[in-house]
Every structure is written in structure tokens, then in C-alpha cells.
Design a protein around this ligand. Structure first.
Ligand code: K7E
Length: 620
């Protein structure tokens, strides 16, 4: 049978781990799985799979089918969920310190946070996973910091943040996404219009404020170039073919107050012609500001004259917010809080059209407060309706064929609880979505959970979308801490996390037991020690008040899951050490006394005895 039933899953747990794709895409072709395996368009013919035939629960000891990377909003982190269980598997601190991982406590991560601005928090919205050939390659996730204009990279071998860039000339980096098919750039989309340079010289005339998009090299995390535009920008998405990048924006008025910002009936989706911008940079047609080549993409720019403008301004109904490109790369679909329609832009005609507005090929009327749109790969779009508290499923080609503001393309609506912002379907950002699961990231939970005081959790709802006959089905409520704004859902088999560290991946010195050492020189003490069950390399370390102490500590365990840490009381230090990992921490020993350094992970039966004395002798 093509479908893994509950009982088959029970009999053979391995069967339950076959990628979901094969179940759903094989669809109604029960019995024909072998011959159809690998075919990616099975559901486009309308085949779909009943909810009864898919796994909605993940039994104890079994693994999920997907990783979901959810942003943590103003906690500054990323959360990793398993789907369909919606179990939280891990948290990845990005813009904030986090003590269980020692993130922001050891030298490497605290320097990374310091060098990217020294802030203690960020506002992480849009986690996007790198792709090769329009499919997830499992290398990195990227996420923006809307608060401080930054972009971070998360290494998916270790599930940890390994780079953060403070983007010059940009405030309120909101949208984040990749230029496909091969993640040539990660784009940071600047929301807040500011003077450029924002150095206090020119403060009051908002006509001189600008927003930019920043093209970041994913390997080096270097900002390669920026483009400044009229109006602000909000969310963004890249086309599938390496040419276009789209950004919404809601302040074509160049206003500074809320009422003025929404006074005009239309705003723009900006279509950035990436190769044309690269040519302008090559030709030196830019101004260097704060070390970055900045290309003028405003409407009056000379670079927007002629038949290859760098930015095309498409008029859309006021205050568009979400924009996403359909899996086949044909359309960019934008919608906004203040208008009940979505705008469907035909990407292919954009290059040739004299007036970019001619590329608008559909304006379906979806409902109140349409924000973000995801895809199932079977020709449907799913859009959150913030005000109506619904997800609306609609037919993309029907919207293109229907007359202006028609409701005919709407297939179905489902209530969500309540006020959804983003939504995401499995692999929706790739060329080949899986078509089974969708998560609606709802801003309010109101009465859905036990009350926990005036601050409520949000509600991430899991919805099954694999059955076109029966329609969408709400499967799970999941309380979540503030505040997921977006997610990427990746098949489990496309990510290959390490079980232990590879010491070659970091330039810290691996300290094996025979390399334990204390080096003293001019008021500096360098302690090199290993850790393992149940000891540190030294039972005591004696230093003098005022010494600058560096501890280089290696966890020499080779067994997966055996973690140690080095916690130093009253010094605000805790560094995490996974198997084969080395970290360093530097501090000044400025309070004489005895401090019991210990391992904060419960690593073995003698965990409590795993201690070492830091003795700080008074200076003479
Ligand atoms: Cu960054 Cu709509 Cu919060 Cu998405 S935005 S919700």
C-alpha cells in the first residue's frame, strides 16, 4: 500500500519515517507506489490523501517527518519543532544570550554578539533555509533582526548561530529571504526609512529618508551591495530563477505618522532586477555609503530609465504586507492588511512590460486582512486573514482567469484561533511543496489554553491540507511563547545534524588530558583543561586577584548526548560543551575567595562531584 496506516507504523517504526512526500504525493494511486516513487507532480492532477491515512501523532520513540524552524520574534531566537507532533525539539539562541547553551557567555559567541552591535536582544521574524536547485540543502538557516538591522546565519550541522552581520545603512531589517535557485544572496529588507547616512546631519526632512535592500553573501555574510528606493519596504521573497526579488512596502507617502502612511490608495510591490543591479555595481554606478556600494533605485534614478530598470514599481492596493512567489516561479502574490484582495503579478511578463502594472493578472477578493500566503504545490494558495481569523484556500489559476475582485477563486475557508499573522506550508518556499501540512501562526490564543496570567501564549495551529475533497482540517493547537512571525518547514531527510563536534570546525585548541596546563604570564593566566565524566582537568586552579583568566575547556567525550558545562559561581559564566567541543571564556578574577566551578548538565551519577575549585588569592 502507498499509505502508512497507524498499524503499519506500529509494526515497523522505520516505515513511519519514510518521507511524507511519498505518502501524500503517491496519493490516490494506492498500490502503485513503487512505480510512482520519485514523481513529483502526482497531486497536481487533483489526487489527494484523506486525513485518516496520514500520521498525525508521533508515538513515543518515533521521529517526526519534518523540521519546522519558527522564529521567536522579540525573544531573538529560533525554535525547532517536529511535525506533525508539534513537539518543540530545540531552541537556537540568535540575537540574545542564553545560558543553557552558554551562548553569549564564551569568548566566541560573546564577541560575535558584541561585534554585531552589542545588543542584548533582537526581533527575529523570518527564518529561511538555504536552497540548492530550488530545494533545501540543509546547510544554513538565516533570520533577520528587525530591531537592530541585522542578519544572522545558523549552521544546521550544529543547530547554532555562527555569524551575525550588522547591516550598514539599514534600520528595521524586516524581510529576509534567499535569491534562488542556489541562495546566491540572502536579502535583508529595510523597513524603517532613515537618513542616509544616519549620522545626525540630516534629521527632520522625511523626504530625505530612505529604505534599502541589502544583498548578503551567504558564505562570507558580507553585504555586497544595497539598493535604495522610494517608499519603505516590508516583506520580501525571491523568484526561483535568479533574476527577480520582490518586496512589499506600505509607505509610498514618505510620511512619518500612521494616518499619513495609509492615506494613499495604492502602494508598491518593488521588483528588483538582480542581474541589472549587479551590472550597475560592476559599472561603478553607485555611491559608496558606510563601506557598501549603494545603487539608486528610486523612481527618478537614471538607472530606472531605459528598458532595463533596476527596480520596477508595481502599483498594488494600499499597504501590502506579505509577498511570496508561487512554487512554479510564475507569480508573485502580495496582499495587505487594509485591502481584502491579493495581487497576482505575472513574473515572466515583468521583463517585457512597458508598464509594470500590466503584469498584474489577478486580484481575487479573499477576505479581511489578508497577510501572508503559502502553497501546496497543487495549484492552491493559502492566505491568512488576520481580521477574519481564517485561512482561505484559493485556486491560483482561477484567480488569474477570474475578473477583478472576484470571489470565485476561493475554494474554502477555515477558522483559526485567533488572528493569524504568518502561515507556512511544508516546503512552501521551494519549487516542490509537500502539500500535506500547514501551520497557522496565530497572534492571539484568548481562551484556548489554561490561563497563565494576563500575558497569553500565542497559538500555532497545525492544519492538514492534503485532502482536496474533504478540505482543510484543524489537527492541533500548540501554545507558543511570543512571538513566531514566520517559519520554514523542511523534510527531515534534508537535514543532517552532527552527533558530536568536529574539532576542525572551530579554531579553538582541543585540550586532551595530557595537554592540561596552566600558563602564567604578566597577570594573565591561561588554564587549559579537559572535561569528562566526572572531572575537570584540574581539581583546583589558583590565581591572583586582578588576573585576567582564560579558560580553554574541551569536552573529550565521544558519546553523543553527554554534555558538560563549566559554570563559575558569582562570575556570570556558564559555557556549554557538547561532545568533542572546546570553548574558551575570559574574565577578570577580581574578587578574592573560593568558587566551586561545576558542570551544570546532569551528566552522570557522580555529576554533583564534578567540581573544581577556583581559588582567587588576594593581591599583595
Ligand atoms: Cu515579519 Cu507579518 Cu510579523 Cu510575517 S511579518 S506575521
Amino acid at each position: 500500500a502507498a499509505i502508512a496506516t497507524e498499524s503499519e507504523s506500529e509494526r515497523d517504526p522505520l516505515f513511519a519515517r519514510i518521507p511524507r512526500r511519498d505518502f501524500v504525493k503517491a496519493g490516490a494511486a494506492t498500490g502503485a507506489m513503487a512505480s510512482l516513487a520519485g514523481c513529483t507532480d502526482l497531486l497536481s492532477g487533483g489526487d489527494s490523501v484523506s486525513l485518516e491515512d496520514v500520521r498525525t501523532d508521533v508515538k513515543p520513540g518515533e521521529h517526526d517527518d519534518y523540521y519546522a524552524f519558527l522564529s521567536g520574534g522579540h525573544t531573538g531566537e529560533i525554535r525547532v519543532y517536529g511535525l506533525p507532533s508539534m513537539r518543540q525539539l530545540m531552541r537556537i539562541p540568535v540575537f540574545q544570550s542564553e545560558s543553557a547553551r552558554g551562548y553569549g557567555y564564551d569568548d566566541r559567541t560573546s564577541e560575535m554578539l558584541e561585534e554585531s552591535g552589542g545588543y542584548t536582544w533582537g526581533d527575529a521574524h523570518h527564518p529561511r533555509v538555504s536552497q540548492t536547485d530550488n530545494d533545501y540543502d540543509g546547510r544554513w538557516a538565516f533570520v533577520n533582526d528587525k530591531a537592530n538591522g541585522r542578519m544572522a546565519r545558523i549552521n544546521l550541522t550544529y543547530f547554532e548561530t555562527d555569524a551575525i552581520v550588522d547591516i550598514p545603512n539599514q534600520q528595521g531589517t524586516h524581510g529576509a529571504c534567499c535569491l534562488l535557485p542556489d541562495t546566491k544572496y540572502v536579502f535583508g529588507v529595510g523597513e524603517f526609512r532613515v537618513p542616509m547616512p544616519n549620522d545626525g546631519q540630516d534629521l527632520t526632512d522625511p523626504d530625505n529618508y530612505t529604505s534599502t535592500i541589502a544583498a548578503i553573501n551567504p558564505e562570507t555574510m558580507n553585504v555586497e551591495w544595497e539598493v535604495l528606493v522610494d517608499g519603505n519596504m516590508d516583506n520580501g521573497d525571491g523568484g526561483k530563477e535568479g533574476r527577480w526579488f520582490f518586496a512589499t512596502g506600505y509607505n509610498s507617502e514618505h510620511a512619518t505618522s500612521q494616518s499619513e502612511m495609509s492615506s494613499s490608495d495604492t502602494d508598491w510591490v518593488k521588483a528588483f532586477d538582480v542581474p541589472a543591479i549587479e551590472e550597475a555595481v560592476e559599472a561603478g554606478e553607485y555611491e559608496e555609503i558606510d563601506g557598501v556600494p549603494v545603487v539608486d533605485g528610486t523612481r527618478d534614478s537614471s538607472l530606472n530609465e531605459g528598458d532595463r530598470p533596476v527596480v520596477r514599481y508595481v502599483d498594488v492596493s494600499k499597504s501590502p504586507h506579505g509577498v511570496s512567489v508561487t512554487p512554479d516561479g510564475k507569480y508573485a502574490i502580495a496582499s495587505g492588511k487594509l485591502d481584502p484582495t491579493a495581487t497576482v503579478i505575472d513574473i515572466e511578463t515583468l521583463a517585457e512590460a512597458d508598464d509594470p502594472n500590466e503584469s498584474i493578472v489577478g486580484r481575487p477578493r479573499l477576505g479581511m486582512g489578508p497577510l501572508h500566503t503559502a502553497y501546496d504545490g497543487r495549484g492552491h494558495a493559502y492566505t491568512t486573514l488576520f481580521i477574519d481569523s481564517q485561512v482561505v484556500k484559493w485556486d491560483i489559476e482561477a484567480a488569474v482567469e477570474a475578473s477583478e475582485e472576484s470571489t470565485d477563486p476561493v475554494v474554502e475557508k477555515i477558522d483559526v484561533h485567533y488572528n493569524p499573522g504568518h502561515l507556512i506550508a511544508a516546503e512552501s518556499y521551494t519549487a516542490d511543496p509537500q502539500g500535506d501540512w500547514l501551520i497557522s501562526l496565530n497572534k492571539l490564543s484568548k481562551d484556548r489554553f489554561l490561563p497563565v496570567g494576563p500575558m497569553h501564549p500565542e497559538n500555532d495551529q497545525l492544519i492538514y491540507i492534503g485532502d482536496d475533497d474533504e478540505g482543510m482540517a484543524l489537527v492541533k493547537d500548540t501554545p507558543s511563547y511570543a512571538e513566531p512571525h514566520d517559519a520554514s518547514i523542511v523534510s527531515a531527510d534534508k537535514i543532517d545534524p552532527a552527533k558530536v563536534y568536529d574539532p576542525d570546525d572551530y579554531d579553538a585548541e582541543f585540550v586532551s588530558p595530557d595537554a592540561n596546563d596552566i600558563v602564567r604570564e604578566d597577570g594573565r593566566v591561561h588554564v587549559k583543561m579537559h572535561s569528562q565524566r566526572n572531572e575537570f582537568g584540574f581539581e583546583e586552579v589558583t590565581v591572583t586577584e586582578g588576573d585576567e583568566v582564560t579558560m580553554t575547556v574541551t569536552n573529550i567525550e565521544e558519546t553523543s548526548d553527554i554534555l558538560h558545562s563549566l559554570a563559575i559561581p558569582e562570575h556570570d559564566i556558564n559555557i556549554k560543551l557538547a561532545p568533542q567541543e572546546t570553548r574558551e571564556v575570559t574574565f577578570t578574577a577580581d574578587e578574592p575567595g573560593v568558587y566551586w566551578m561545576y558542570c551544570a548538565f546532569f551528566c552522570s551519577a557522580l555529576h554533583l562531584e564534578m567540581r573544581s575549585r577556583l581559588i582567587v588569592e588576594p593581591a599583595e
